[in-house]
Design a protein around this ligand. Structure first.
Ligand code: ADP
Length: 187
């Protein structure tokens, strides 16, 4: 499927795209995973279906070695991209909206910040995010737009080595909500 770029921010470093996350030709795509890291629906299901068994195999190993209790919300881990066009998948666990004692925004921002930090640690230059937590996890799209854009701008303000951060929306209407509610202050 083709992707359509609707807008850019941060002097061209951030692109707002309509498309399927699994089709993105970037160094890493981000998975809106759940803490089990064992796959699920939505983005998670699409990534494992398109990427093949290698990704799940690496997730199992991460669970066994580093996260026997599961990956906590707000944290990020990396695996290879299996059969995907992207070389890596960065798995992050978004907050389930309204279940975090007022810490939803803090945890959602951490997902973006920690995923960008993992990308940097692996010398990656291009990364594509889905709208984390805005599906099954129920985060209102307008609120998520404000949180994600602020987190990305803050990160890119201090770290200059990421060339391109792509925010991928499955549906045009979702991208429009993002564009009406983002807080990027640089064009
Ligand atoms: P979460 O459990 O974090 O809410 P979901 O996977 O349910 O994650 O949904 C996150 C967002 O990703 C939703 O806005 C959903 O519409 C969108 N989405 C679902 N599948 C895809 C896909 N293949 N590519 C891009 N975005 C997707």
């Amino acid at each position: 499927m083709n992707s359509t770029e609707l807008a850019t921010f941060m002097f061209g470093h951030v692109g707002i795209v309509i498309g399927n996350i699994v089709d993105q030709q970037v160094d890493a795509i981000v998975n809106a995973a759940n803490s089990s890291l064992m796959g699920g629906g939505g983005v998670d299901g699409a990534i494992h279906a398109a990427g093949g068994p290698q990704i799940l195999c690496e997730c199992r190993e991460l669970r066994r070695t580093c996260y026997p209790q599961g990956l906590p919300a707000g944290q990020s881990v990396i695996t290879s991209g299996g059969n995907l066009p992207a070389h890596y998948v960065i798995h992050t666990v978004g907050p389930v909206y309204g279940r975090n004692a007022g810490r939803d925004a803090e945890l959602l921002a951490a997902c973006y910040r920690n995923s960008l930090a993992v990308a940097m640690q692996h010398n990656l230059r291009t990364i594509a995010f889905p709208a984390i937590s805005t599906g099954v996890y129920g985060y209102p799209r307008a609120e998520a737009a404000a949180v994600s854009s602020e987190a990305i701008q803050a990160f890119l303000g201090s770290e200059k080595s990421l060339d391109n951060v792509r925010l991928v929306f499955y549906q045009r209407a979702d991208a429009q909500i993002f564009l009406q509610n983002h807080r990027f202050t640089y064009p």
